[in-house]
Design a protein around this ligand. Structure first.
Ligand SMILES: NC(=O)C1=CN([C@@H]2O[C@H](COP(=O)(O)OP(=O)(O)OC[C@H]3O[C@@H](n4cnc5c(N)ncnc54)[C@H](OP(=O)(O)O)[C@@H]3O)[C@@H](O)[C@H]2O)C=CC1
Ligand SMILES: O=C1CO[C@H](CO)[C@@H](O)[C@@H]1O
Length: 373
């Protein structure tokens, strides 16, 4: 590889730390600039990182020293930052969701296509061994034709994670918009795109008490749905049930379970990069653990960005904008279905997102796929 790929980071909150830990010190990439609404925050981050400049947001978006903008702002700002970066001919890789609304997400993708730049979007846990091993097993026919699947993701006290009001999604759909992308991106990788959905949501709590941080103890009204459930119909006919909720007592992420004609696969924690996969096949008397693929287990956030840079416009990155757009279409349809009380067919997905598998060499370290242990 030639010169290091230059990255400008916009949005220096909680998750930026994990990204900077992944990026700093790698030869293939170089963080050249950081920016935040809070100039003191960007100055403090830049002061810790030799060679990194603190810039105003607009300066960073137009800086000749930036090839790709890493967009770690709050969801309501995602589209504006992405459009700003694209307007200056930069690639953009951002945190989920791709945008706060489907219309904004389409605008981002259309602008990128016109400008000839790339769009990547988290979650990048789809690159972890859990999802990749399961995807390879499904593709290899280990469970036969997939029939149905399930996934649940719960977090209590959402305000503990995100005191920022932008995360309350006043229009509704909070837990789905916040956590849905993890499961949906994984499920689409495993089972293909979604053609129709049926959704339901409820708002059972009137207020919450902030559990940590500077606003601890403050009572705030709930402005989001407490939980959102739904049934997804994948193009191949597989049905998936999902639930996302802010109303659990414990933070839990259920396994993704995929039941096929010839077996059941469980991905115990698809939101971990190093999760393993269990298989119960026809004739088996116990669960077996599949050897993990040797995929992109870097163990932390940012591997999707590294893959995006490695793809270099020559192939679709695994955490790509089309996949994120389809995830947002699916979430938007679930919320509309819930509001309108009817099944919704997705009409805007002109083509399936590119769920690009790792190559055999990446998955299995260049060897033939191993049998279950
Ligand atoms: N926290 C988590 O556990 C995870 C978060 N994510 C995702 O990462 C993204 C960021 O989340 P998180 O780090 O928690 O959020 P934070 O609220 O901690 O940080 C967001 C930062 O972006 C800044 N910001 C907001 N709008 C702009 C703008 N227009 N220009 C420049 N900076 C801006 C905020 O400034 P200010 O505070 O002044 O508004 C803040 O410093 C979200 O998309 C979220 O979904 C993903 C995985 C985990
Ligand atoms: O992405 C994230 C990680 O999970 C949290 C919930 O457990 C989310 O709130 C957060 O946005």
């Amino acid at each position: 590889m030639g010169d290091a790929h230059r990255i400008g980071v916009v949005g220096l909150g909680v998750i930026s730390r994990a990204y900077l830990d992944t990026l700093v010190g790698r030869s293939a990439v170089r963080v050249t600039a950081v920016a935040d609404l809070d100039a003191a925050r960007s100055a403090a981050v830049a002061a810790e990182l030799p060679g990194v400049r603190a810039l105003a947001v607009e300066e960073l978006l137009s800086s000749p020293d930036v090839d790709t903008v890493l967009n770690l702002t709050t969801p309501g700002a995602h589209a504006a930052i992405a459009l700003g970066a694209i307007g200056h001919g930069k690639n953009v890789y951002g945190e989920k969701p791709l945008a706060a609304t489907l219309a904004d997400a389409h605008a981002v993708m259309a602008a990128a296509a016109r400008a000839g730049v790339g769009v990547g979007c988290a979650p990048d846990t789809v690159l972890g061994t859990g999802v990749q091993t399961a995807r390879a097993a499904v593709a290899a026919g280990r469970i036969g034709r997939p029939l149905f699947a399930s996934a649940v993701m719960v977090t209590p006290g959402h305000e503990r994670w995100h005191p920022h009001p932008d995360f309350y999604y006043a229009e509704g759909g909070g837990p789905l918009l916040d956590m849905g992308p993890y499961y949906l991106a994984s499920l689409i990788h495993l089972l293909g795109p979604v053609r129709a959905v049926t959704g339901a949501s409820s708002r059972l709590r009137a207020e919450r008490v902030i559990g940590s941080g500077p606003r601890t103890g403050e009572r705030i009204p709930v402005e989001v749905d407490s939980h959102v459930s739904g049934v997804l119909e994948h193009v191949g006919g597989t049905l998936t049930t999902i639930t996302t909720s802010f109303d659990g007592v414990a933070t839990t992420a259920s396994p993704i379970e995929v039941h096929g004609e010839a077996g059941t696969l469980a991905v115990p924690d698809p939101n971990r990069f190093d999760g393993d996969v269990r298989l119960f096949g026809l004739g088996d008397t116990r669960w077996r653990t599949l050897p993990p693929s040797a995929g992109y287990v870097d163990g932390t956030r940012g591997v999707g960005l590294l893959d995006f840079i490695a793809a270099d416009g020559q192939r679709a990155p695994r955490a790509n904008g089309e996949l994120a757009l389809h995830v947002l279409e699916t979430m938007t349809a679930l919320l509309r279905s819930s509001a309108e009380g009817r099944r919704i067919e997705l009409t805007t997905s002109a083509r399936p997102p590119a769920a690009v598998p790792l190559t055999a060499a990446e998955e299995w370290g260049g060897q033939a796929a191993p049998s279950p242990a």
